[in-house]
Design a protein around this ligand. Structure first.
Ligand code: AMP
Length: 317
């Protein structure tokens, strides 16, 4: 789609409200605060708000605004980094006059009057950085926005390691560095670990389970989260601990949230697993997806579904 359409809509509206997804991560924040900064720096007279839940992990990127419903009257709403409507953080996204969706996930819900979805981008923040770059003669960007987008790019690509990272990713990251980003500073903020976290890592590494077909997973129960005194967000970050173990191409962290909500973070460096996630109210990318279980009792069904996928994949390889 022509990105001019999005630029023209931004120019047209006085109030722009930017939503992201539930439990925002670095890419969600990076996209939201990056876009806010571009619009505010370029058009200071506009009112631009970021709304939604907060993230402790990337709190240095920005703090969401608390706004009244009345702000939505006649506004433009932009939702970033969210494929599924039910995962949009703050249900008021429907109250604006027009809605734009900007995302890099495999589409689940086609919401929005204007949709820019491109699954070739390894992060949504890179899409926002690209948008800025495309119109750089007309748009402005400050260091705050550059840090936000750089944070989104590095977190969603696992520090430039994941599939989808290409020349453009590095070019745009380089462009953000010219706007004042100090990579070591961002890395330091992202890499700090508490002692509790290090101990929990030990628990995950010694307590994971394995299926017959090479699916590795850890059950992050409320008991464990409370015992180690970590936040839900910190507990969820343990997914990275289980990746890259030889002969175990699919791994997952299954986290119990308050209110008996059991969420699955599913990853692969072998078969596609987004369609397995689809079977459990989830979705995402081919090799990084999320899903939901009705209760722990449904875990064997997930293990079975992943096992089947691994069997099919081995046969075809
Ligand atoms: P996560 O494990 O939460 O980082 O999710 C991995 C990817 O899957 C992200 O890109 C999410 O946006 C997506 N995802 C997670 N949960 C769901 C869900 N319930 N429905 C659709 N997509 C999801």
């Amino acid at each position: 789609m022509g990105l001019e359409i999005i630029l023209n809509k931004i120019k047209e509206y006085k109030t722009i409200i930017i939503h992201g997804h539930l439990r925002p991560d670095g890419d969600c924040y990076g996209s939201q605060f990056g876009l806010k900064d571009i619009i505010k720096s370029s058009f200071p007279e506009k009112e631009v708000y970021v709304v939604g839940q907060t993230s402790d992990y990337v709190s240095f990127v920005g703090t969401p605004d608390i706004i009244d419903d009345s702000k939505y009257e006649g506004s433009l709403v932009i939702v970033v980094d969210t494929a599924t409507e039910s995962r949009i953080s703050d249900p008021r996204y429907k109250l604006g006059r027009e809605l734009i969706k900007i995302d890099h996930h495999i589409p689940v819900d086609q919401y929005g009057d204007i949709i820019w979805v491109d699954t070739n981008f390894p992060s949504c923040a890179q899409m926002i950085a690209y948008f800025y770059y495309r119109f750089k003669d007309e748009l402005k960007l400050s260091k705050t926005g550059a840090v936000a987008m750089y944070t989104g790019i590095v977190t969603d690509t696992g520090r430039f390691r994941f599939r989808g990272v290409d020349e453009l990713t590095h070019q745009l990251a380089g462009m953000l560095i010219t706007k004042g980003v100090e990579p070591d500073e961002v890395d330091f903020k992202l890499s700090q670990e508490t002692l509790d976290m290090v101990q929990l890592k030990g628990k995950v590494l010694t307590g994971f389970e394995r299926s017959t077909e090479g699916f590795i997973y850890f059950k992050m129960t409320r008991d464990i989260i409370e015992e180690y005194g970590v936040t839900d967000e910190q507990a969820a970050s343990m997914i990275s601990v289980l990746g890259g173990i030889e002969n175990h191409p699919v791994w997952a962290l299954i986290i119990e949230y308050p209110g008996n909500e059991v969420r699955v973070r599913l990853r692969s460096n072998g078969p596609t697993i987004s369609d397995v996630a689809n079977q459990f109210e989830g979705g995402g990318h081919a090799k990084a997806a999320g899903a939901r279980l009705n209760s722990w009792e449904d875990l064997p069904k997930l293990v079975e579904a992943v096992n089947q996928r691994l069997i099919e994949w081995r046969k075809s390889n």
